[in-house]
Design a protein around this ligand. Structure first.
Ligand code: SAM
Length: 290
């Protein structure tokens, strides 16, 4: 993904991250709270972005220590604006040793809309999760193209899903979180609970807010792929979402899933690619089981 696009589109990205928090915070927080967040004393949010999500969660858990990590200085600048006494903002790459140190001392890890940004999911997960202690929790909240739905089908929505897929292909990442992450995590020594599909659809979210969210999302993907916001190209999607998809006879869902996993107490330390020196770590799912 072009670094310039992150800067060019900074304000649109920040707005979208904020809207995402407004639409999903309650569901995402409830999911994590039901799966151990309250028992954690120290939690790391990897790829924390502008820190809006983490700061809202931190307010709900004042006795827990949180660390928000991101590798983009402008995101960290935005995060610093959230004055939360129980959050430390850290400018670092998820794959760096400073992050490994933090992760080795934590008992909870959040990854929210982050997996898509990793270069190779299997190898990256192996590296990021290698130093986690047995019993540490992981929550992944992310897109899943397998759970996008439009009933009855509509060509504008199909075009939107194709755009998301093209963006994922561009990043060389398959964003099929529910199908692909569990075996990777199991190979990394995690026990993975059944995934939950988030009801990110026009039955659970006000259709016009959902339409606004999906149009902004499509425009960002269009910008990252083609360098323009796609105002004309995305007009059919906008019209469909604002009219038909706002009626009871149309069902529209953006694929989002919630996954929780626990580092198994019997798991050994995972050897990292650097430890092996053969440059092939993570080539198979079994290679990161230690
Ligand atoms: C879509 S944003 C999600 C932000 C936040 N988690 C949320 O849910 O609002 C993804 C973030 O991951 C960050 N990121 C991407 N690759 C990273 C890496 N290797 N290390 C740390 N942060 C990374 C980006 O800078 C971006 O802020």
């Amino acid at each position: 993904m072009g670094e310039n696009a992150w800067i060019d589109m900074d304000s649109a990205i920040q707005d979208q991250l904020d809207l995402q928090v407004e639409l999903s915070l309650d569901r995402h927080h409830a999911f994590m709270a039901e799966r151990g967040l309250g028992q954690c004393r120290d939690v790391v949010d990897v790829g924390t972005g502008n820190g809006r999500f983490l700061s809202e969660v931190a307010l709900l858990h004042p006795t827990t220590r949180f660390h928000g990590i991101d590798n983009k200085p402008h995101m960290m600048d935005a995060a610093e604006a959230h004055a939360c006494k129980n959050v430390e903002w850290v400018l670092a790459d998820a794959l760096d040793s400073e992050t490994s140190r933090l992760l080795g001392e934590t008992d909870g890890v959040i990854m929210r809309y982050f997996v898509l940004h990793l270069p190779d999911t299997r190898v990256s997960f192996q590296k990021i999760l290698a130093d986690l202690r047995p019993g540490a929790r992981l929550w992944v909240l992310d897109l899943d193209i397998d759970h996008c739905r439009c009933e009855p089908p509509n060509s504008a929505f199909t075009g939107f899903v194709d755009l998301v897929r093209a963006f994922c292909d561009h990043n060389a990442v398959e964003i099929r979180t529910g199908a692909l992450l569990p075996p990777i995590l199991e190979a990394c020594g995690f026990e993975v609970a059944p995934i939950v599909v988030e009801p990110f659809n026009n039955l659970n979210i006000d259709p016009l807010r959902l339409a606004d969210y999906l149009c902004r999302e499509a425009s960002l993907y269009h910008y990252f792929l083609h360098g323009t916001p796609g105002t004309n190209e995305l007009r059919p999607l906008r019209e469909f979402l604002m009219s038909q998809a706002s009626t009871d006879s149309q069902f529209v869902q953006y694929g989002m899933v919630m996954l929780s996993a626990t580092k198994s107490s019997s798991s050994k330390r995972i050897p990292k690619a650097d430890d092996r020196g053969d440059g092939e770590a993570g080539a198979s799912a079994g290679s990161c089981s230690g």
